[in-house]
Design a protein around this ligand. Structure first.
Ligand code: BGC
Length: 653
């Protein structure tokens, strides 16, 4: 494309206004007379949901459904997120998509958010690092991303009208940080402004957060796109820095009028056009004719990603199962797992490998009982009896349960944290019939487990993508060693969650009264026992930590090294977690915060040294008086932890 400034000078006012809204749901408007083509965007984030433009009905094309963000976050593996991004970038090229609408880095304020499955974590450091790796992976292919939903979009209820009432320190330390990290480390081509308001102003009209914070402070160079139908005032959005309103709108004339009557400076419109044209330019430059993607190979990748992410929550020695064992797989999810959540991210998958099919293909001796209706989660007396019978007649029972689609989806929040009643009753009955029972969970957000003492093991598979059955069977039978760690806390009950009293708000006001005490920052500081802490996950091997060495490298920076040894009998992967704990500080702060993590693989007997670099942000809090980051003088402890509740080694600096 010719020089962008020159092009803008040649556009009519109407054409300029037109460039700032979509042509349809997924395309920007072309200006043929000047040779400006459309750019094409598509959902994401864990696969490609792309319309087939070659068909009249625009049916969604088949694509590989990778594990959802809640699952991949549990890998704690930046390299894996980069690799997943690369593969999605390749798929975008093959499908003619220029921008993938993801990742979502909103913070999980409550286990109830219906869209938690699309987000990474309750922790901003983890969400930011994984989001940055994903964006870098996609964009390495010459395809763009859309970092979403900016910001404080932590509930679905009244998402179009509610205002997240949030104090400045909480916004900076919790809800903005992941966006900041991704912008600074990966420069996503686009950022998506959320539906909700923040402190009374719609995100698409929030000049302070778009122009001041995102662009001026963090140095964002890309384009801001509205979430779909999130713009309420077209000229206002242009003035605030929302460059592109999606999808198509019949409101372009409002911009023309506003410029003509002097309410909107034409330079503001020009700036938006410049960013749209820059996006189109990048899109065109990235396109590759005859690009292809290998769906079979991607299915295998999806299995590997799931294997690296599933979290072994409990194991009283029953796992791994012997391949010679006579095992009953019980539950419809064994045959057809729940692999993703509902809503705009829903991928029409190329295939699904369930645990049952995969286990049988491996020649394992596995019987099956459906146990419940996959869609409703309900069980008839006959299904129930059949499940108990299957459990009794096998040496080991593996019960596949979880949340059905109707309990967890975009556009609605859950009302409670419980599994379907029938699933809870099935756990009790199956464990009673056969004490050698393993529970395998499918859910996009934490669930209560009133029965946790009963099964001998619990494997959390979250919403693990279309190849999750391969990962489940490989882990259950010991071909793979589980290495996922929870990227969120599992409270014992919903009422223990710090947002419980305020979540979903009153009318359109949603006050974030718990402030910075989100997730483990609350549970650990308030000494509230949880079912499973943030960072929790078991392995078939053991790791021993030694020689923590922390050195100051500057006034407010440090370097830490620690040795980790695999002292068990099998190869395994460990997530080394570093937390910073403030000591004698005056500010009210969480007892510890995650500031570094690395995933390493160790053979039996092998030792590796893991190194962390900590800059001043690892120690800082947001000072509302000074309106900036501040490090207090009190002193800090560097803690290497097994999870957010268990410190293994510590050193003061
Ligand atoms: C969702 C976005 C999505 C967009 C386009 C919206 O409803 O909030 O995440 O990218 O639709 O499908």
């Amino acid at each position: 494309m010719d020089n962008i400034k020159k092009l803008i000078s040649e556009l009519t006012l109407e054409e300029k206004a037109g460039l700032t809204s979509g042509k349809d749901a997924w395309l920007t408007k072309a200006v043929e007379r000047l040779g400006i083509p459309s750019a094409r965007v598509s959902d994401g984030p864990h696969g490609l949901r792309a319309d087939d433009y070659s068909r009249d009905d625009r049916a969604t094309m088949l694509a590989v459904c990778f594990p959802t963000a809640v699952t991949t976050a549990a890998s704690f593996d930046k390299k894996m997120l980069y690799e997943m991004g690369e593969e999605l970038g390749r798929e975008c090229l093959a499908y003619g998509v220029d921008v993938l609408l993801g990742p979502g880095v909103n913070i999980k304020r409550s286990p109830l958010c219906g869209r938690n499955f699309e987000y990474f974590s309750e922790d901003p450091h983890l969400a930011g690092e994984l989001g940055a790796a994903f964006v870098n992976g996609v964009q390495s292919q010459g395809v763009g991303t859309s970092l979403k939903h900016y910001f404080a979009n932590s509930q679905e209820t009244r998402r179009f009208t509610s205002s997240s009432e949030i104090d400045e320190r909480t916004a900076r330390e919790i809800y903005l940080t992941a966006f900041e990290t991704v912008v600074k480390k990966a420069q996503p081509w686009t950022v998506m402004a959320s539906y909700n308001k923040v402190n009374g102003t719609h995100s698409t009209a929030n000049k302070y957060y778009l122009d001041e914070v995102l662009r001026n402070e963090w140095g964002f160079e890309g384009l801001v796109v509205s979430d779909w139908c999130a713009t309420h005032d077209r000229p206002g959005a242009i003035a605030a820095g929302t460059d592109l309103t999606m999808p198509a709108e019949d409101t372009d004339h409002l911009i023309v009028e506003a410029v003509k009557n002097g309410a909107l400076p034409e330079e503001a419109l020009d700036r938006c056009c410049e960013r749209v044209l820059r996006l189109v330019e990048r899109a065109v430059a990235g396109r590759r004719a005859n690009a292809e993607c290998d769906k079979k190979a991607a299915h295998a990748l999806a299995a590997r990603f799931a294997e690296n992410s599933l979290v072994l929550l409990k194991n009283d020695g029953i796992l791994p199962l012997k391949k010679s064992a006579k095992v009953a797989f019980i539950g419809a999810f064994a045959d057809r797992p729940r692999i993703q959540g509902g809503g705009s991210s829903h991928i029409v998958e190329t295939e699904i490998t369930g645990a049952l099919g995969y286990a049988r293909a491996q020649g394992l001796d596995v019987s099956y009982a459906e146990a419940y209706d996959r869609e409703t989660g309900e069980a008839t007396p006959e299904q129930f009896a059949e499940a108990v019978k299957a459990a009794k007649s096998a040496e080991k029972a593996v019960l596949f349960i979880g949340l059905p689609d109707c309990m967890e989806y975009e556009g609605g929040d859950r009302q409670h944290m419980r599994l379907p009643d029938a699933h809870n009753r099935l756990v009790e009955a199956v464990c009673e019939a056969n004490p050698e029972t393993v529970v395998v969970l499918h859910n996009g957000s934490p669930v209560e487990m009133p029965w946790i003492e009963k099964p001998k093991a619990v494997l959390e598979s979250y919403l693990g993508g279309q190849a999750v059955g391969i990962a489940q069977v490989r882990i259950l039978f010991g071909d793979a060693n589980p290495s996922g760690r929870l990227a969120e806390s599992f409270p014992k009950k919903l009422e223990d969650n710090s947002s419980y009293l305020y979540y979903i708000g009153e009318g359109d006001r949603v006050t974030y009264n718990e402030g910075i005490f989100v997730g483990y920052r609350y549970y650990e500081t308030k000494k509230t026992e949880v079912l499973f802490p943030f960072g929790w996950g078991l392995s078939y091997t053991d790791f021993e930590y030694s020689d923590l060495d922390v050195k100051k490298t500057g006034e407010h920076s440090a370097e830490a090294t620690v040795n980790v040894k695999n002292v068990g009998g099998v190869k395994g992967r460990e997530v080394v977690q570093l937390y910073v704990a403030p000591e004698k500080v005056k500010m009210i702060r969480p007892v510890r915060e995650l500031k570094g993590f690395e995933k390493i693989e160790l053979g039996p007997g092998e030792t590796k040294t893991v190194k962390f670099e900590l800059d001043s942000r690892a120690f800082a809090y947001w000072d509302v008086e000074k309106h900036g980051w501040e490090v207090e003088d009190g002193g800090f402890e560097i803690q290497i932890c097994k999870n957010a509740s268990e410190v293994i080694l510590k050193q003061k600096i």
